[in-house]
Design a binder for this molecule. Structure first.
Ligand code: FPP
Length: 252
């Protein structure tokens, strides 16, 4: 079944879609190719997905591009991924500018090389005025690392007398996360058939709808994105309320 844009209700779009892009290595191995070839094709799928999301009217798209655990992959693969990231950012910045898309990043960027960080920051600065969609790259990101950094900063603010411990609540914690200016994802997609969250946005996905597909990331395209959104639109998001309460609120 090929889902088309016409199958989607444009007035009920998820505001924020987050994606765990998985399966590049397997995609390459299935074709007797090096894993890096899978990542290269993964970058092509990133381009197509960004284009399709912006064209639909999605406001935030967050992509899990490199986790804090990915440093333990073979050095050659880590270098290739960083190189691909810098090349993609350099090549795509004009397209982001043209399409009014702003680039943002979450994660502990301090561990990226000065070259990678410099290129990333330049693209973030250049595209900062893009109003159509935010493309958020999670780089050297993991949710536990993000939460650990947030807790350290909250403790420091308490010690400095800037926060009273009584003020610590869910909103304040959200304000100390890397995503402080980004709404929580409504829809989280994971490719490659793995049914895990892998340390991604653990705090922020509290009420997200989850969509898993067997498709490997390099094969992801706009039709699978539409399929995930159409599936999301069939679900009833209750946020802890009863179905009846939600229906009554919709009538008002
Ligand atoms: C997971 O596949 C993918 C990654 C660890 C990296 C994602 C990177 C890209 C899609 C490339 C370019 C990104 C940008 C933002 C330009 P895997 O290697 O874990 O696959 P496997 O599970 O089959 O081994």
């Amino acid at each position: 079944m090929c889902v088309e844009k016409s199958d989607i209700q444009l007035d009920k779009l998820p505001k924020h879609i987050a994606i765990i892009m998985d399966g590049n290595g397997r995609w390459a191995t299935q074709r007797q190719q090096q894993r890096v070839f899978g990542h290269e094709q993964g970058a092509v799928a990133v381009r197509k997905t960004v284009e399709a999301a912006a064209e639909l009217g999605i406001e935030y798209l967050t992509l899990y591009a490199f986790s804090t655990e990915n440093w333990s992959r073979p050095q050659e693969e880590v270098d290739a991924l960083m190189n691909l990231l810098v090349r993609s950012i350099q090549a795509e910045t004009p397209t982001l500018l043209k399409n009014n898309i702003r680039l943002q990043a979450i994660g502990d960027l301090g561990r990226l090389s000065p070259e990678t960080r410099g290129n990333l920051q330049a693209a973030i600065d250049q595209t900062a005025h893009g109003k159509r969609m935010a493309l958020v790259l999670a780089l050297n990101y993991s949710a536990r690392d993000e939460m650990t950094r947030a807790v350290k900063n909250i403790v420091a603010a308490v010690h400095a007398g800037n926060i009273n411990p009584e003020q610590v609540n869910a909103n304040l914690i959200s304000d100390y996360l890397d995503t402080r200016h980004i709404p929580d994802p409504d829809l989280l997609i994971r490719t490659s058939g793995e049914l895990r969250i892998s340390n991604f946005l653990l705090w922020q996905i509290a009420y997200a709808e989850l969509y898993f597909t067997d498709v490997l990331w390099p094969d992801f395209d706009k039709h699978i994105l539409y399929q995930a959104i159409a599936d999301y639109q069939k679900r009833e998001r209750r946020f802890g309320k009863t179905g009846e309460q939600i229906k009554n609120a919709e009538k008002k």
